[in-house]
Design a protein around this ligand. Sequence first.
Ligand code: ADP
Ligand code: MG
Length: 321
Amino acid sequence: ATPIALLVGTGTGARMGILIRGPEVLESTRRVDTVVLDKTGTVTTGRMALVETIPADGIAPDELLRVAGALEHASEHPIARAIADAATADGGAADAAVAPGTGTMLLGSSIPVGPPPAPRGLPAVESFQSVAGFGVSGVVEGRAAVVGRRALLAEFAIELPEAVERAASAAEAQGRTVVFVAWDGTAAGALVVADQVKPTSREAVAQLRALGLEPILLTGDNDAVARAVASDVGIDRVRAEVLPADKVAVVQELQAAGRVVAMVGDGVNDAAALAQADLGLSMGTGTDAAIEASDITLVRGDLRSAADAVRLSRATLGTIR
Ligand code: ADP
Ligand code: MG
């Protein structure tokens, strides 16, 4: 039978916006000594906005944004939303309009009569592909186009012009995320998106440290961006450029080294790591996949709730021992 105190603890948690899967979770919460924090959407808001376009020589900034926006319109990544929104900023309100001939779903019928319409002003995309942790590709107006991290362009043997690389590195050093755009085998430029550290993240990290937990920042984003965000919130251990499939390996490595690991994340790309961790905490503002894989959901999406959860478990179990 479950001690009453444990049930009371989970009930108290619920009132604090900390949803605990079951009373047994409190025991692993008490034991954690390391906390791995996903960057985008966990430490930062994950709401990104386009802040700069870096066209390659001979490319019009509008064209760069139009092709990238068309591709990103089909992706749900926060970076993608920022770029698609910026590309449709002038005609975005007309999103619902259906271009003639593209077809739509007939009311009361289940027969799709064509591909979903592209938002007005943006070209349609064929052969769309999304590679988790890398970016997207597809055919836009007959051109094979890609948008994503450096490694994605390298995959297609596309070289970055020096001027683009220089401007991109400068933006990254400021903690901004840069994605690169290419079509027809040639770099077309880069797009800079910026995210914001949540106002509560710094205090949350300090609280976790005060509880004796070592914080580690984990991200698929590059090292410069990761370090800038880490130093903003007071974290000194960073694991950057970790592919979605490898996030779980980072948790396993720490466990093999004897750590009892809590992982906090929000994305589909965090789900496996959340399940592997001794304690998985998801942001209530995150994806269903992350929430389902976790032991605790922080309803408010506030990282300080992670520290509250540790305090709660210690207080609850303290009353039992
Ligand atoms: P995080 O771990 O910070 O949540 P992800 O693993 O989702 O980040 O993505 C890692 C990197 O892959 C991004 O920083 C970006 O460079 C690239 N990327 C992923 N999805 C996209 C996309 N839809 N468009 C462009 N770039 C992308
Ligand atoms: Mg994330």
